[in-house]
Design a protein around this ligand. Structure first.
Ligand code: HEM
Ligand SMILES: *[C@@H]1O[C@H](CO)[C@@H](O)[C@H](O)[C@H]1NC(C)=O
Ligand SMILES: *[C@@H]1O[C@H](CO)[C@@H](O)[C@H](O)[C@H]1NC(C)=O
Length: 333
């Protein structure tokens, strides 16, 4: 008896001892660290920041567009700059996917950063890291929280159009579908709600939410979780047909300021996208988080920073995997 107990004990201890070795899942972002370019390209972060600052000064929306690029990159084969590749040879560009077509933008700013970095330190800083840094800088410039960006990602030698279509949530997906898509990336409901707070800046096209205004469930009725006079305003510039590309602020209260008004809007039934409003109406845990962040900006900021680091750690290519592209738009010859 005593002997079998001690065997169980030894086994349990052995398991505990080896447990740290077993965080060997697909989110192996532990290889990334903020000091990665400190020796090889000490000015890297400064260069990224100055070009992002210049671009956002020229057009405030660019902060939102750069933040979103990193998200749309990370959800497809990990944060590997696959979204930046143009079509050529066997590569079909992700820029053509449903979530990206006529919508993803900021590619010229990434190009400008890349050329500046190639001059300063050739083939050293990856396009994937540029996007992670640009997302952080954009957030800070728009008034949001800051964080240290773990670095050392390398760039993919391929793209995935189907991955882009399937993995990135659509604005009319159900809450469950959206949460499932986040979980497939190793993110949870807290990450989902905090990261959706990105919609405190930037724009959406009429086509991304028209369904809510006219025919939410295929029964010819609007989405009743949308405040009525707000819906009427939206219908003005988002008619039943036409005007697909007309732009609307995701956060009409402070469209270029990174703050928690996005969550306050949701509480007032004025979330622009269905995917915004369902965070309040379809799940208890998510509802509590929306209320918490609406009430406490600091709590939102702290969690946003944490969740951005987590998202940035999705399946990076490290070591000898992938490459450092010379041009973000094409793989090296
Ligand atoms: C939770 C699921 C999400 C859905 C369904 C979703 C969907 C959308 C849609 C439909 C748009 C407007 C696109 C257009 O009409 O052109 C948009 C814009 C945007 N999204 Fe999301 N999104 C989600 C999560 C996120 C996350 C996690 C981030 C960042 C971490 C993010 C950042 C942004 C930003 C900043 C914009 C504005 C971009 C601009 O103005 O150029 N979104 N999103
Ligand atoms: C969501 O929107 C897409 C694109 O507009 C449409 O094809 C699809 O039928 C919609 N899905 C649902 C469940 O309404
Ligand atoms: C609403 O959508 C359903 C299914 O997508 C369609 O059959 C119906 O004709 C639409 N109704 C209106 C009034 O647009």
């Amino acid at each position: 008896m005593a002997q079998s107990i001690s065997i169980v004990l030894v086994l349990a201890l052995a398991l505990l001892a080896f447990a740290p070795l077993c965080f060997c899942g697909k989110t192996n972002g532990g290889y990334l660290y903020p000091q990665f370019y400190d020796r090889s390209c000490p000015k890297a972060q400064e260069i990224v920041n100055s070009i992002v600052a210049k671009a956002v000064a020229k057009e405030a929306r660019m902060a939102a567009s750069l933040l979103r690029l990193h998200f749309h990159d990370c959800f497809v084969k990990g944060c590997d700059a696959s979204i930046l590749l143009d079509s050529s040879g066997s590569i079909i560009t992700e820029k053509r996917s449903n979530p990206n077509r006529n919508s993803a933008r900021g590619f010229e700013v990434i190009d400008e950063i890349k050329s500046a970095l190639e001059k300063e330190c050739p083939q050293t800083v990856s396009c994937a890291d540029i996007m992670a840094l640009a997302a952080r800088d954009s957030t800070v410039i728009a008034g949001g929280p800051s964080w240290e960006v773990p670095l050392g990602r390398r760039d993919s030698r391929g793209a995935s159009l189907s991955g882009s279509n399937n993995n990135i949530p659509a604005p009319n997906n159900t809450f469950q579908t959206i949460l499932t898509k986040f979980k497939l990336q190793g993110l949870n409901v807290v990450d989902l709600v905090a990261l959706s707070g990105s919609h405190t800046i930037g724009n959406a096209r009429c086509t991304s939410f028209r369904q809510r205004l006219y025919n939410q469930s295929g029964n010819g009725k609007p989405d009743f979780s949308l405040q009525q006079s707000f819906a009427a305003q939206l219908r003005n510039r988002c008619p039943r047909s036409g005007g697909d590309q007309n732009l609307f602020f995701l956060d009409f209260v402070s469209p270029t300021k990174f703050d928690n008004s996005y969550f306050k809007n949701i509480l007032a039934s004025k979330g622009l996208l269905s995917s915004d409003q369902v965070l309040l109406t379809k799940n208890e845990a998510s509802m509590e988080l929306v209320k918490k962040y609406a009430e406490n900006n600091e709590l939102f900021f702290v969690q946003f920073a944490k969740s951005m680091v987590k998202m940035g750690n999705i399946s990076p290519l490290t070591g000898y995997r992938g490459e450092i592209r010379k041009s973000c738009r094409k793989i090296n010859a």
